[in-house]
Design a protein around this ligand. Sequence first.
Ligand code: KIV
Length: 265
Amino acid sequence: MKKNITSAKLIQKKAAGEKISALTAYDASFAGVFSEQGVDVLLVGDSLGMVLQGHDSTLPVTVDDISYHTRCVKAGNKGSLLIADLPFMSYPTPEQTWANAGKLMQAGANMVKLEGGKWLLESIAGLTERGIPVCAHLGLTPQSVNVFGGYKVQGREQSQADLMVEEALALEGAGAQLLVIECIPSSLARRISQALTIPVIGIGAGVDCDGQILVMHDLLGISTGYIPKFSKNYMTLTGDIHKATAAYVDEVANSVFPGPEHSFE
Ligand code: KIV
């Protein structure tokens, strides 16, 4: 069991070449199991709109939804860093970002996550100045699914890849303490992870990120419908939620997960 993971500890892990494990969590019971099994970061993701509420996107999720589940996760968490997602259209202006992020921090988050690049720089700098740590999110940002025209791998074009590296550096410069990159080619993820001092957590971004995150329903093999290529069902290995979580933490720590079959090139 790990105690009191902070963003400073995650930066130390990156500097020491130790991989970071992260999972989504939405309630106290799973938060307790995951944190006890050594998961560094718990994310109350707006993925709850899909895996808990049954919608076909994350767009219907509200700040009240995330606040409620953040309070639940906070109650069961045993020392993992707790990140809460700012949902769709809860951060269109810096002022609205700061107000809504404040609500998530009061619900128990240690950090907030928001999706996007350079347009967020003022909001991120202002959050940091106001005492709210930030996790940025680039690549396939699900709140923009209607702009992308589907859940598609991002950053395959050279110009798109160069822009993503530039935006990652700008987000770090504005004060972001963590970056999630989703569904991008492994070579681009490696480039971003090497360019940044802050830890870069991948999902569908290859093994060379500083850490990995999975939606808990994918880890436990209880997602319905479409199963993403980057997911892995650890219940088939162990048949026990505690052991499945421990196996995930171990495979991330030893760069066994994700394999090439979970990655894009
Ligand atoms: O909402 C979520 O669960 C996420 C992860 C997939 C990174 O953003």
